[in-house]
Design a protein around this ligand. Structure first.
Ligand code: 3PG
Length: 415
């Protein structure tokens, strides 16, 4: 049980508040955000900070990847969601950012630029090391309070997560509370057999995730879909398709997992690809033509996977099984989501893509817990400690013992 303080406990009126959110969102080829689930979640805490001056910090993408972009578009969308201006500055610790922070007035919100522009933010550090970074030292003394709300980054021991609580009181934002409440409830109901459905494009993350879950007894079956499904088929010598250089790096790991856990990992029997006319075409794995764009699992695989879902006690689904944003290739994602929603299994669905698909199908209420996180959730489900929660607990004990220079003002309970 994590013990922490929240926005309900501490007075924020006229305080200068630093809030670590996770606004990291998939982007299209032109750098536009594909969905806004994490921004909607951040808006919940921001609405409750309307009596404060709030500075939001977040990362976006990974250095060197196409999704590593600045946060100007995020500020505009947050502004629309909040129905008020969200200021943006293309700076983090330089004079421009410092001056914007100092000039904030009550009720104003300012978003700083992508934190991963700072080399230090890309390092895994201890709390003391993080507290000693130039990034944290430049900013912390201006703020009265730190709100940690970046649940999807809870598994990263980055300066923006663990550094600030060393100096200023840290409390949990609304998203942390929602996720923890949901997950605590779930763990009371979870039961075997455990089925994990993994899809999407981040194969490295999925390989890591399934290894952790299998080793911790939380995956009796892994239904591979999306790029992960293709990776396993290629590793097993059943399919010959082009992998990206990055994906090819995981072939050895996929082969190892197939050897080690042959009865756990399920691979597609048939696939759907785009033909020369841009239409959906299905084929048995061995008959899929070389060089085509495989964008979905086939109908036979959907039926087989749905039967496994039906017989499960707990289902965890992360990453879409198909490229559901491409017309004609919604089937795998929609059908497997519907199978999860209809089953009597305890269900956890994670990630922005699947949240968007669920909103479209209007089945979000049928899932026991919808999480914004990927890697952090997997670390939580496999029972590993999360640096963000450790930082919150550290801060809670210091707040209790009045060990921060600025004392927190407790909120008066309204009855
Ligand atoms: C995520 O999307 O899982 C979080 O934003 C963390 O991103 P990262 O895996 O690049 O650290």
């Amino acid at each position: 049980m994590v013990s922490y303080y929240t926005l309900d406990d501490v007075e924020t009126e006229d305080k200068l508040v630093l809030m670590r959110s996770d606004l990291n969102t998939p982007v299209d080829k032109s750098g536009n955000l594909i969905e806004k689930v994490r921004l909607e979640e951040a808006a919940v805490s921001l609405r409750d900070l309307s009596d404060a001056m709030t500075v939001i910090i977040s990362h976006q993408g990974r250095v060197g990847r196409p999704d590593f972009i600045e946060l100007e578009k995020h500020a505009a969308i947050l502004g629309q969601l909040l129905n008020r201006e969200v200021k943006y500055v293309d700076d983090i610790i330089g004079p421009k950012a410092i001056s914007e922070i100092k000039n904030l007035k009550r009720g104003e919100v300012l978003l700083l630029d992508n934190l991963r522009l700072l080399a230090e933010e890309n390092l895994e550090l201890s709390m003391e090391e993080a507290a000693n970074t130039i990034f944290v030292k430049k900013l912390y003394s201006m703020f009265d309070l730190f709100v940690l709300d970046a649940f999807p980054t809870a598994h990263r021991s980055h300066p923006s997560i663990v550094g600030f609580p060393y100096y200023i009181p840290a409390i949990a934002g609304r998203l942390i509370v929602r996720e923890l409440k949901g997950l605590t409830r779930i763990t009371q109901f979870e039961k075997g057999p455990y089925t994990t459905i993994l899809g999407g494009t981040k194969v490295g993350d999925r390989i890591e995730a399934m290894t952790a879950l299998i080793k911790n007894g939380k995956a009796d079956k892994v239904l591979s879909t999306g790029r992960l499904g293709l990776l396993f088929l290629i590793a097993a010598g059943k399919l010959s398709q082009q992998l990206s250089d990055e994906e090819a790096r995981y072939l050895a790991a996929a082969r190892y997992l197939l050897d080690e856990y042959p009865s756990v990992i399920e691979m597609p029997h048939d696939l759907a690809y785009m033909d020369a006319d841009g239409q959906r075409k299905e084929a048995e794995v061995k008959s899929v033509p070389k060089g085509v764009k495989v964008l979905d699992i086939g109908e036979k695989t959907i039926k087989r996977y749905s039967r496994i879902i039906k017989g499960s006690g707990t289902v965890f689904m992360s990453g879409p099984p198909s490229a559901f944003e491409v017309k004609g290739f919604e089937l795998g994602t929609e059908e497997l989501l519907l199978s999860v929603a209809k089953s009597s299994a305890t269900s956890i669905v994670s990630g922005g893509h699947l949240s968007t698909a669920m909103q479209r199908l209007k089945i979000s209420n049928w899932i026991d817990h919808v999480s914004t996180a990927g890697g952090a959730l997997i670390q939580y489900l496999s029972g590993k400690p999360l640096p963000l929660f450790e930082a919150l607990e550290y801060s809670a004990s210091r707040i209790k013992e009045n060990q921060y220079q600025e004392k927190v003002i407790w909120r008066q309970q309204e009855i």
